[in-house]
Design a protein around this ligand. Structure first.
Ligand code: SF4
Length: 320
C-alpha cells in the first residue's frame, strides 16, 4: 500500500494588513488527511474561496512552506521536518497543472520549448529521445507534435493549451498530478474533455490526482475521495460518493443544498458574501456563526474528528 497523500497537523499562517493593524489568518489550521491505496486514486479538495485548498496544494507542490506540520505525497515527505526528495526526484513524482494555462507559459516562448526542457532536464533524455517522448505525451492528450511545434501560447485555444499543460505534466511519468482548478478557465463545452482525460490517464498510466475545484459536479464525477474544507480546516473527508450523496457535516449539506440538483455547479459565494477574516481565528468550530445547528459548545471548543462506520471523517460536535 502506498501513502498517496498524508498531512499531519499541517498549519499555515499568513499575516495581512499594515504595520499598525496586523491580522493573522490561519490559512491551514491543523489539517490531517490520509489516503492510502495500492491503486491510483483521484482525491478532490472542495470548498469556497478562502477555504485553504489552494494553500494546501501549494504546500504539497513545495511552493509554500508550512508554518508547522508535515505533508507526504506518494511516500515522499514534501513538507515538514525530515529528508525531502531532490528537485528532480520531486518533479518525477509530483507535477502541477494550474488554473490558467496562459499563465503557465510565457507568451514569448514557443510551448514546445517548455516540453523539451522538461523532457531533457527532468527525464534526462537526449534531444532526439525528448522529441519522441513529447510526441507520445501529446498523443495521449489528443494532440500532434507537428501541430504544436513552433507555436506560441496565443496560437492555441484555452482548452488546447490546457491539454499541452497536461502533456507537459505527464512527461516525467509522475505518480500524482496536482491540478488546481484546471478547467475553470476553459469553455464549458471543453471541460468534460479534460476531466475525461484525467480519468483516462488514471486508468492507462496509473496516475493519481489531487483535484482542487469549486465544481461539485466534476468532483462527484471523477473522485474516489473528497475532502471538504472550510476556513483552513477539513470538515468532512471520505469516499466521494458517500460524502456527496449522504453528507454528514452541516457545511457539506449547505453546499449541496445551495446548488441546483440538476447541475452541481456552485459559484463561490454560497450564503454570505464576504470572507470573514475573524472566522479563521475562531477557537471553536469555524462554521458556528453560519451553522443553523450551532450550540454553545460549538463556540467554545473545536470539534474533534469523528470516524464513521463507512470510514469517513467528520468534524462536528453533533455527529456521533
Ligand atoms: Fe455546526 Fe456545531 Fe457542528 Fe460546527 S460543530 S458544524 S457549529 S453543529
Amino acid at each position: 500500500m502506498r501513502t498517496v497523500l498524508k498531512t499531519e497537523k499541517l498549519h499555515k499562517v499568513y499575516t495581512l494588513g499594515s504595520l499598525f493593524r496586523r491580522i493573522k489568518i490561519n490559512a491551514l489550521d491543523d489539517v490531517n488527511l490520509e489516503v492510502v491505496s495500492d491503486q491510483p486514486v483521484i482525491v478532490s479538495l472542495v470548498g469556497e474561496s478562502g477555504s485553504g485548498k489552494t494553500t494546501l496544494a501549494k504546500v504539497v507542490l513545495r511552493l509554500v512552506e508550512p508554518s508547522a506540520g508535515s505533508a507526504m505525497v506518494c511516500d515522499h515527505l514534501v513538507a515538514g521536518k525530515g529528508t525531502k526528495p531532490t528537485k528532480r526526484e520531486f518533479l518525477t513524482t509530483v507535477q502541477p497543472i494550474f488554473q490558467n494555462p496562459f499563465e503557465a507559459f510565457s507568451s514569448y516562448r514557443t510551448v514546445d520549448s517548455y516540453l523539451e526542457r522538461t523532457a531533457i532536464y527532468v527525464n534526462q533524455l537526449s534531444r532526439r529521445e525528448a522529441i519522441d517522448a513529447i510526441s507520445q505525451a501529446l498523443a495521449s492528450v489528443g494532440l500532434k507534435y507537428a501541430d504544436v511545434k513552433g507555436k506560441y501560447p496565443n496560437q492555441f485555444s484555452g482548452g488546447e493549451l490546457q491539454r499541452v499543460s497536461v502533456a507537459r505534466a505527464l512527461l516525467p511519468h509522475p505518480k500524482i498530478i496536482i491540478a488546481d482548478e484546471p478547467v475553470s478557465m476553459i469553455d464549458a463545452s471543453l471541460r468534460m474533455n479534460v476531466i475525461n482525460l484525467f480519468l483516462a490517464l488514471k486508468r492507462d498510466f496509473g496516475t493519481s490526482f489531487l483535484y482542487i475545484t469549486h465544481d461539485l459536479a466534476t468532483a462527484y464525477y471523477i473522485s474516489d475521495y473528497i475532502a471538504v474544507m472550510y476556513r483552513g480546516c477539513i470538515v468532512e473527508f471520505g469516499q466521494a460518493r458517500a460524502v456527496l450523496s449522504e453528507p454528514q457535516h452541516p457545511y457539506t449539506k449547505l453546499l449541496l443544498d445551495s446548488i441546483p440538483s440538476t447541475r452541481w455547479k456552485w459559484e463561490r459565494k454560497i450564503a454570505e458574501s464576504d470572507i470573514e477574516t475573524k472566522e479563521y481565528r475562531f477557537t471553536g468550530c469555524k462554521f458556528h456563526n453560519r451553522c443553523p445547528l450551532a450550540q454553545d459548545i460549538c463556540r467554545q471548543k473545536r470539534p474533534q474528528v469523528v470516524r464513521l462506520s463507512d470510514g469517513r471523517d467528520v468534524y462536528c460536535h453533533l455527529v456521533q
